[in-house]
Design a protein around this ligand. Sequence first.
Ligand code: NAP
Length: 387
Amino acid sequence: MKKLILLGSTGSIGRQATDVVRRMRSEFKIAGLATNSNLALLKKQVAEFRPEIVSIGSEEGAKDLSAWCRKNGIKSTVVYGLDGLIEVARYRPADLVLSAVVGSIGIKPLFEALNAGTNIALANKEALVVAGDLVMAKAKKKKLAIIPVDSEHSAIFQCMKDEDSRSVEKIILTASGGPFYRSKKKHSEITVADALAHPTWDMGPKITIDSATLMNKGLEAIEAHHLFGVPLKAIEIVIHPQSIVHSMVEFKDKCVLAQLSMPDMRLPIQHALTYPRRYPSALKTLDLAKVQRLEFGRPDFGRFRCLKLALSAGETGGTMPAVMNAANESAVAAFLQGQIVFTAIPKVIEKTMASHKVQKKPDLEEILLADAAARRYAQEIIQQHSI
Ligand SMILES: NC(=O)c1ccc[n+]([C@@H]2O[C@H](COP(=O)([O-])OP(=O)(O)OC[C@H]3O[C@@H](n4cnc5c(N)ncnc54)[C@H](OP(=O)(O)O)[C@@H]3O)[C@@H](O)[C@H]2O)c1
């Protein structure tokens, strides 16, 4: 039986992970849960899975949860805040930490889980974007696995199994294109509701906006570069609106391997949790005759400037991906709160990147400082409406 830790258990990935565990009770024991503010759902999860340790964002939340646990005879240790999140991440014994928090808040818990010697199932792509060199070096040194949960990276991981990474010619990263790939709507007229209406995936709000701007694909290209050791230039982005082909790998002999399945995150989550074994899943069978058409196209870098900015940050390297990511997190939060318009998102990122002096080989502390400075700068631009 695998002992699991779920970071971000109340989010879109976290809830789907608990679905997977619920279907495979004899395979897993949830030892730890961590979340931010959704106390009502966290209580339900604690009642169901009886974790040994559980973390919530605030001290008040922790007091409420502790009293509730006592009343219900539940013996879970309750912790809170970033320290609590880290404590759950490094809780031992555990076999696997699923990191499904959103944003660069996931960096420290990821490092602490690796330091504690636990394998990782990684959904939190921002941690790799921001500190990929350090994370991969740490995992290598500790001889630990980072198993991707992102559907594209799970597909690449499966295509690369038993292959020598030196025989890879390129990675072909597929993208649904988001809600505006074929839309005639001017980007200046896009509302929050328009941007949250993703055509094929039901995800948390931040990644849904990243999908609409195509920033998500830029983040994923950087993520793939770190996970698979392939240069960014050898990662091609292809729009595939049906989201059936989850990504492909072209080898030196021009053979292309692809992974196909219905678009349902429970498959890559289950794959990461049960790896290297495969079990029956809750997915619908892929009926290609019913799907009929699989289309592919090129992304429009002119209309989707966030994609270009992310790739350029990845090429620059050093502290620049952290700065780009921090500016994007600030801009997306401001857009969701109605503080800025959709077209201001790339402007905030571009201005913040332009203001940054890159450090080439930063350590974790320097990365976190660059992240914090970029957030402050982006906030100033947002507050002053100077975009
Ligand atoms: N959703 C998908 O289909 C999908 C696919 C591929 C990759 N990913 C990646 O997976 C990650 C999670 O995405 P999501 O869509 O599941 O996001 P989400 O629905 O917004 O969920 C985020 C989770 O993180 C928790 N969280 C946020 N800040 C936290 C903090 N400071 N301390 C502790 N917990 C915190 C949230 O808690 P509360 O609920 O209490 O706020 C929630 O449980 C992202 O990096 C995303 O890019 C997602």
